[in-house]
Design a protein around this ligand. Structure first.
Ligand SMILES: *Cc1c(COP(=O)(O)O)cnc(C)c1O
Length: 477
């Protein structure tokens, strides 16, 4: 497909600029561009066709089944966008006087209240723009806490090997040394091994729960008290709250800090690098270190409070990705407490239904036939016997117009496919997909070669992934 710059004709320009409605400024000569700006020279018809064609080449939750494990690609109700589009939300400027944006401040305040209720935390901050950014911020809180107490030896964060990959990376970025904790054979935190590694240098412990195998940690209270007794703090990676929302709260399990991914559980379209929101919540003993400004109430008005000597400072300019928070609040208000709980119950039910229907065909190494909101298949046997890898299987799914699951993650499962159907899929869709998975499994034995070459029907077949990573062509000129 041609790029828009390769189309059209210089004599067919569509530069219908609106009348200038701001004062014309005489720009200094040295700031002016030397060459004429290169814009596409296409007609309206060409533009319309070009982008329609492009839109057909992408895949999203509105195209079909999208069980990308750990990413929670659920359907995002359109009412969230309707509300986020209201001019009072979308047309505000971050430097507007506070008295003109009281409604926006109230959105933050309400969202904070609801999310504190859902997580069992005492405060929630919306500056972090993504999950990993929330982790970084939360870890900075832990660091500030120990430093404030002159407990400067605490420089180690313990991370189980079933954690999300961002956990050890965020801990390292926040200046900690990462202690990798191997899991037990059942895929849980090894409590005895944990006891051996904690000590005076333990700053904290980061738990992804449910873990990346889709299991809820069985000894969670024991784990968090081991850390507390050693003087450390507990961090809960709640990016995937989809299995426990309205049912269990990190704050009741002994966690001091949590981050959420509003762009996953709380229903904002994501992927492709779109705006996210990774609010970080904490217990009372950490609130003084939260980023500033914080929203406060003064003389019946909501206001941004800048002053706080112990704050870790800003982690993002202005106030985070506001419209994602609007969507999350809309989602919570439309579902209500019962609805949110139902969403979690159905996410777990759907994952268990698929798992149950597939477990006699596929090898599912962890969980003993049960899971939370996702489960992990291993294609190790298929790879050994027929040289059909998880990659081949995933690529073959594309020809059925469904999105592959997450591949090769978590690392503790070989030839892994991590499936997260989410609560917004119907039983009919799940049954269709289950049949396709089984059909492909049979095909791997009867016609493995065809799977090495799939997909056959997509615009791009098998890109050279190494070349794409090493020699990326990121711009046209
Ligand atoms: C997605 C995810 C993250 C990272 O979130 P980003 O918004 O991609 O930075 C962290 N932890 C878990 C468990 C996740 O699923």
């Amino acid at each position: 497909m041609k790029l828009i710059f390769e189309k059209g004709n210089i004599n067919r320009r569509l530069d219908l600029m609106p009348e200038c409605d701001v004062p014309v400024v005489d720009v200094d000569e040295r700031y002016k561009r030397k060459k004429e700006i290169r814009l596409p020279n296409v007609s309206e018809t060409e533009i319309s066709r070009h982008y329609t064609k492009l839109s057909k080449r992408t895949f999203g939750v509105n195209n079909g089944f999208y069980p990308l494990g750990s990413c929670t690609m659920k359907y995002n109700p359109k009412i969230n966008d309707e509300i986020a589009k209201l001019p009072g939300f979308s047309d505000v400027h971050p430097l507007q006087p506070e008295h003109t944006v009281q409604g926006c401040l109230e959105v933050y305040k309400l969202a904070e209240e609801y999310l504190c209720e859902i997580t069992g935390m005492d405060a929630m901050d919306f500056q972090p723009a993504a999950g990993a950014h929330g982790e970084f911020t939360g870890l900075k809180l832990i660091r500030a806490y120990h430093r404030d107490r002159n407990d400067t030896k605490r420089d180690k964060i313990i991370v189980p090997d079933s954690a999300h990959g961002t956990n050890p990376a965020s801990a390292a970025m926040a200046g900690f040394t990462v202690i990798n904790l191997p899991s037990t054979e059942e895929g849980f935190v090894d409590v005895d091994a944990l006891r051996k590694v904690v000590g005076e240098d333990t700053a904290g412990f980061m738990l992804t729960n449910p873990n990346t195998i889709g299991l809820f940690e069985e000894h969670i209270l024991e784990i968090t008290s081991i850390i507390h007794e050693a003087g450390g703090l507990n961090y809960y990676d709640g990016a995937n709250l989809n299995a426990i929302m309205g049912i269990a709260r990190p704050g009741d399990m002994g966690f001091d800090v949590v981050h959420l991914n509003l762009h996953k559980t709380f229903s904002t379209p994501h992927g492709g690098g779109g705006p996210g929101s990774g609010p970080v919540g904490c217990k009372m003993h950490l609130t003084q270190y939260l980023p500033t400004p914080r929203i406060a109430e003064k003389d019946g008005m909501l206001t941004f409070e800048e002053k706080n000597g112990k704050s870790i400072g800003r982690v993002k300019d202005f106030y985070g990705n506001f419209l994602v928070v609007v969507r999350a609040l809309t989602y919570m208000m439309t579902l209500g407490s019962e609805g949110l709980k139902n969403a979690s119950e159905n996410a777990v039910l759907n994952a268990n239904y698929m798992l149950h229907m597939l477990k006699d065909t596929f090898d599912i190494p962890f969980g003993k036939g049960r899971c939370m909101h996702e489960f992990v298949i291993s294609l190790e046997k298929l790879k050994k016997e027929k040289s059909v890898s998880a990659l081949d299987f995933a690529k073959s799914l594309l020809d059925y117009e469904i999105h592959p699951p997450t591949m090769y993650f978590p690392l503790i499962v070989h030839e892994a496919l991590m499936v997260e159907p989410t609560e917004t899929e119907t039983k009919e869709t799940l049954d269709e997909v289950i049949a396709i998975y089984k059909e492909l499994y049979d095909k791997a034995y009867t016609d493995p070669d065809s799977m090495h070459n799939s997909p056959a029907t997509t615009p791009v077949g098998r890109p050279d992934e190494v070349a794409a990573a090493r020699n990326p062509i990121l711009r046209f000129f």
